[in-house]
Design a protein around this ligand. Structure first.
Ligand SMILES: Nc1ncnc2c1ncn2[C@@H]1O[C@H](COP(=O)(O)OP(=O)(O)O)[C@@H](O)[C@H]1O
Ligand SMILES: [Mg+2]
Length: 251
């Protein structure tokens, strides 16, 4: 199962991905998490040792340039760069969960460094094709900038949405773009849902029920403030996370 998560900044994508990773792991699945956020902090959320020491691959300009085969002053680069050895070199682990910190993959419109981005996309595609049972991809933006090869490796998109008008508007926009990219299996996850009224507001605004709704959890807030892994919050939100995993496995 290859799952990407998307949604507005700060809605809880990394939190929910980390909880999912831990839940899948506890069920005995092999889990690989890919952090493709421009300011990655999945390592901290999962409880990796010394997360501040991890450098996202997107910042390793020399490595990326070398792999891209780009020569200074020339417009040409290798569109088929060799990346097979990179997962082994850069994957870290937290309690059996594997993590690769990729960092930002830029969209073509943002005046990207194309040679470097080609290497990153190639690596991402490669990671999505790995035989891990569960691959979770955490991103800031939507999926539309990833390119067809990579998107073909994602079989499900989860859009995190909080119960507000602007939240719903963004979530619907992401869904539309995802469908244009041919990701057919798109679902919403509600976050910071306080009560039935919030849940109903989401259902009506989205035109469907979210696959799961997470409450505003004291445990999550406390752990974040202490700099502790959010995965320890499963004592409070374990039931919902387990139900979400079951829903993901069943449809
Ligand atoms: N269900 C929740 N209950 C309480 N706090 C939450 C919840 N979900 C997220 N948060 C907090 O909200 C902030 C943003 O969450 P994060 O997962 O980093 O969002 P994103 O990855 O979408 O930017 C963090 O401080 C996190 O601890
Ligand atoms: Mg995040």
């Amino acid at each position: 199962m290859k799952i990407a998560i998307s949604g507005k900044g700060g809605v809880g994508k990394t939190t929910i991905m980390a909880l999912l990773a831990r839940q899948f792991k506890e069920m005995g699945q092999e889990v690989l998490v890919i952090d493709a956020d421009p300011s990655p902090h999945m390592a901290q959320s999962l409880g990796v040792d010394q997360p501040e020491k991890i450098r996202p691959i997107s910042e390793m300009k020399d490595l990326l340039r070398e792999r891209s085969g780009k020569v200074e002053g020339s417009a040409f680069y290798n569109i088929n760069p060799q990346v097979e050895d990179l997962p082994e070199r850069f994957i870290v682990e937290a309690d059996g969960i594997k993590l690769m910190v990729l960092g930002a993959i830029q969209s073509a419109e943002s005046g990207c460094a194309c040679a470097e981005n080609t290497v990153l996309k190639r690596l991402l595609t490669r990671l999505l094709l790995k035989p891990a049972q569960v691959v979770l991809l955490d991103m800031e933006a939507g999926v539309e900038h990833l390119g067809r090869g990579t998107i073909a490796g994602v079989d499900r998109l989860l859009i995190v949405v909080i119960p507000s008008r602007s939240g719903i508007r963004t979530a619907l926009k992401i869904k539309k773009l995802a469908q244009e990219c041919r990701i057919s299996n798109v679902s919403f996850i509600g976050n910071l849902v306080h009560d039935d009224e919030d849940e109903q507001f989401l259902r009506e605004g989205l035109g469907e029920s979210p696959l799961a709704c997470f409450p505003d959890a004291t445990a999550i807030r406390r752990l974040e403030r202490k700099g502790r892994p959010v995965t320890d919050a499963l004592s409070e939100v374990g039931q919902i996370t387990a139900e979400l995993v079951a829903a993901l496995q069943n449809n």
